[in-house]
Design a protein around this ligand. Sequence first.
Ligand code: FES
Length: 160
Amino acid sequence: MPGEPITRRNFLWVGWSALATFFAASAAASARFLFPNVLYEPSQKFNAGRAKDYPVGVSTRWTKLQRVWIVRNEKGIYALWARCTHLGCTPNWFNDQGRFRCPCHGSNFSPEGDVIAGPAPKALWRCKVELASTGDLIIDKAVLEDRPGFREGHVYFVDV
Ligand code: FES
């Protein structure tokens, strides 16, 4: 009741309650550390359709949806990640010039992904490419390579 003096019993009850609340909150916070933060992201793998549907040259079919170019040369197919290695803009493919040009700071890349001009420090990344039994191309953007000599390996290239 307001105006009544606080009894020793009530004072202790408030103190023990506060202490119990503190320990409960500490235990809950410690238990939270037992469970890792999981980030659920969309899969980096996608089916790019039939390999035989890609003619020789650079295909921009998946640039908007998956940020990938599918390139076929006389030996086979590889996939380039459409992300500039300078600061991450999306370059554009210019068929008449035979090169990718980044709109942000002017880097130019060859169809193989090598730097032709501009501030980009290294070649475009190539994505893992597999040929499914159905003849479809399976592109995995989570597995990347840009080193000459390695990027032409069977993981990043299919000879179809
Ligand atoms: S982000 Fe492409 S040149 Fe700077």
